[in-house]
Write a protein that binds this ligand. Structure first.
Ligand code: FE
Length: 148
């Protein structure tokens, strides 16, 4: 019997339960075309094109799709990459990491845990203390400025 093959398929197709789960049609109507392409189709905005590359505002960066708290401005640094870069997520479990073998190389994709939307990639060439560089598309984010 091919029982093992069957169960392997079932595991692969199992979806992570999400706090926010919308149809692709609903996402399309909520997001701008550029956001939809990045967040729901794992696209990448052009380097140095996003609104948060040089942003130094204090606050919380939330998921542009679902509003979940993702990154703090305290963890933002100037990577020179052309994308907003962070050393760590704001809250443990805010993001999920997936192996990404697209683009002819192996990278680690960063996804919003709450809604499953694509945020960017994480690399291990970041600064101290974590050594991580979360390279995130501006259009996947929405800043919530800190109230002073
Ligand atoms: Fe989200």
């Amino acid at each position: 019997m091919l029982r093992s093959r069957g169960s392997k398929t079932a595991t692969t197709e199992q979806e992570t339960p999400r706090d926010v789960s919308l149809s692709e049609a609903e996402w399309r109507s909520r997001l701008t075309p550029a956001q939809y392409r990045v967040l729901r189709r794992a696209g990448t905005e052009p380097a140095f094109s996003g609104q948060y590359v040089d942003c130094h505002t204090d606050g919380t960066y939330r998921c542009a799709a679902c509003g979940a708290e993702l990154f703090s401005s305290d963890a933002k640094f100037d990577s020179g990459s052309g994308w907003p870069s962070f050393t760590e997520p704001a809250v443990a479990g805010a993001v999920e990491l997936h192996r990404d073998r697209s683009a002819g190389t192996e990278r680690t994709e960063v996804v919003c845990r709450a809604c499953g939307s694509h945020l960017g990639h994480v690399f291990d060439d970041g600064p101290r203390p974590t050594g991580q560089r979360y390279c995130i598309n501006s259009c996947s984010l929405s800043i919530d400025p800190e109230q002073r």
